[in-house]
Write a protein that binds this ligand. Structure first.
Ligand code: ATP
Ligand code: MG
Length: 145
């Protein structure tokens, strides 16, 4: 996968599949890029959570691999960053990936606003909140407003 925005799309799709009606995406960029994606979907129990970064773990029927989470965690690690995912059944899931912005292997952000637009248009019943911050530059978006 070329761009971080495509990883974000993948993770948002997981949240949609988990029946979230609120998905919050936050990006804060300084010497580190911190990406936080939080949903209020059905969540995962501790057992499932342990397997979620395994590329062979999926609950999609007829599929042998579940790559979304493992790929974003690899992308973070390859860019000198970290990956963390927390989840609670019935409450939701939060994923935090960090990337070193000066790392040669950090992927470009890509067209995050188009990605977001596509998500909002395809999922009118889901509230998407997006926060972006880089130095003085702040951008916020709420699909309910
Ligand atoms: N936000 C989430 N809420 C609830 N369950 C999740 C969430 N994200 C992932 N999961 C669970 O973890 C599994 C693995 O997720 P992952 O994105 O790695 O693969 P996938 O979605 O199954 O397949 P792919 O992303 O390759 O299409 C999912 O099948 C789902 O059961
Ligand atoms: Mg997925």
């Amino acid at each position: 996968m070329e761009d971080l925005s495509l990883h974000i799309l993948d993770i948002a799709e997981n949240a949609i599949r988990a029946k979230a009606n609120l998905i919050i995406i936050e990006i804060e960029e300084n010497d580190e890029l911190v990406l936080r994606i939080k949903d209020n979907g059905e969540g995962m129990d501790a057992e499932t959570l342990k397997m979620v970064t395994d590329p062979f773990y999926t609950t999609k029927e007829g599929k042998k691999a579940g790559l979304g989470v493992s790929l974003i965690s690899m992308a973070a690690e390859q860019a000198g960053g970290t990956f963390q995912i927390e989840s609670e059944p019935g409450v939701g899931t939060e994923l935090i990936a960090t990337f070193k912005t000066d790392h040669p292997d950090i992927k470009p952000m890509g067209d995050i606003l188009s990605t977001l637009e596509a998500l909002v248009i395809a999922n009118p019943s889901i509230r998407f909140i997006f926060h972006y911050k880089k130095g003085e530059e702040i951008y916020s978006f709420d699909s309910r407003e």
